[in-house]
Design a protein around this ligand. Structure first.
Ligand SMILES: [Zn+2]
Ligand SMILES: [Zn+2]
Length: 387
């Protein structure tokens, strides 16, 4: 219509987990060219090494730099108005809220990391497209998942063998977990990345109906075959609860909210003191560290995903302090917490901006994401902003 300016289409956001590897490094530039996308978050814990020059889309001067930073810089160079966030950290330490986007893309070689993405995407209610390759047999794959109680999650497709092959998760908390490097040809990574970018394009131009969510496409490049498989919800899935969470924003800084106040969020103000508990899904609370070098022990209380190498460094011999299985708590039960712990801040037990915690109370479980507003003050009333 003449004289009427169309409303600009709201910019979409994407998170890429494993953003700098064999597939990710071939994917990023496609996203830079999709102008519906206004924000990209890149997560990758690795640094480019000389051998990556053979299998990944990088240049000599990128060697020695964090992969997520290199790819972020590349995106900004392509489109200066794109908002780009680089998170050069292991996925298991990244607060789940930082993955929040219109679409999550993953390009990972670790099954454990894919399991983490699957669970985070489900709880946040974000559609997820995973890409993978099997270099030894020249397969490239793209798998599309939509969160929902009656929809298949990635673990719906797994059997005992898949779980047996999972990386050792908590054997040595904080030590970097690496799958064997995929010495895959860059062409195979590029094939998987192109499949993923095509689905991403469909999603942003046509919505969820345009993508065959709940299915997988595999290209067998060795034999020129293509196979499409659809998934259905497996009621024997180890992740028995497939609910998308209603997550309320907690707009105060984690340093200003005590554990007791957080527990009070779990009910409607009734006197239910003592019966509530607080947990962080996928990240148990660590109560003690033990030094792998000198055997020294240290009591603490932090949720596992928030442990950093600094915290885990032994003050005596500088070795890494690790966690034993019996020094983990699935959640904090109010009735068992001493007063001094109830008075501690959420920050002091490891909760950060973007973390999601759950409080179980008499009315069931409620979920909160820490999203401090810029203008928080210490006098701020105890409140949760709602959209
Ligand atoms: Zn499932
Ligand atoms: Zn020590």
């Amino acid at each position: 219509m003449a004289g009427v300016r169309a409303h600009p289409i709201p910019a979409k956001s994407v998170t890429i987990v494993g953003a700098g590897g064999n597939i990710g490094s071939q994917l990023v530039h496609h996203l830079g060219r999709m102008h519906e996308i206004g924000k990209v978050t890149l997560i990758d814990q690795d640094v480019y090494e000389p051998h990556n020059l053979r299998s990944q889309d990088i240049r000599v001067q990128d060697v020695g730099r964090p992969k997520s930073d290199v790819q972020a810089q590349r995106l900004v160079a392509m489109r200066s108005r794109l908002r780009v966030v680089s998170i050069p950290a292991p996925l298991e330490t990244v607060p789940p809220g930082k993955l929040r986007a219109d679409l999550i893309l993953s390009c990972l070689d670790s099954r454990r990391a894919r399991q983490d993405v699957s669970r985070i995407a489900l709880r946040l209610g974000v559609p997820w497209i995973d890409a993978g390759i099997e270099a030894s047999v020249s397969l490239a794959r793209v798998s599309m998942f939509l969160p929902g109680p009656e929809r298949a999650c990635m673990e719906c497709l797994w059997d005992e063998r898949h779980y047996a092959a999972l990386d050792q998760a908590y054997s040595c908390l904080g030590a970097r977990i690496h799958a064997s490097p995929t010495q895959a040809p860059s062409s195979l990574g590029a094939l998987a990345a192109a499949l993923q970018a095509i689905e991403c394009d469909k999603f942003f131009s046509g919505g969820t109906k345009a993508v065959a969510f709940g299915s997988e496409t595999v290209i067998d490049a060795a034999h020129h075959k293509l196979q499409a498989t659809s998934f259905s919800r497996n009621h024997g899935c180890r992740l028995s609860d497939h609910s998308v969470w209603k997550i309320e924003p907690l707009t105060r800084s984690p340093g200003e909210v005590s554990v007791a106040e957080a527990l009070e969020l779990g009910d409607a103000g009734k006197d239910t003191r003592g019966g509530r508990s607080l947990r962080v899904e996928g990240s148990p609370f660590v109560t003690r560290l033990i030094c792998s070098g000198c055997g020294r022990e240290r009591a603490l209380l932090r949720h596992a995903a928030s442990l950093t190498p600094d915290i885990q460094r032994c003050g005596q011999c500088r070795s890494l302090m690790t966690v034993r299985g019996f020094d983990l708590l699935e959640g904090l039960e109010e009735s068992r917490l001493p007063e001094r712990v109830l008075r501690r801040s959420l920050q002091s037990i490891g909760l950060r901006k973007g973390d999601v915690f759950s409080v179980e109370g008499p009315e069931g479980e409620k979920h909160f994401e820490i999203v401090p507003s810029r203008r928080t003050t210490t006098q701020a009333p105890k409140e949760i902003a709602r959209d």
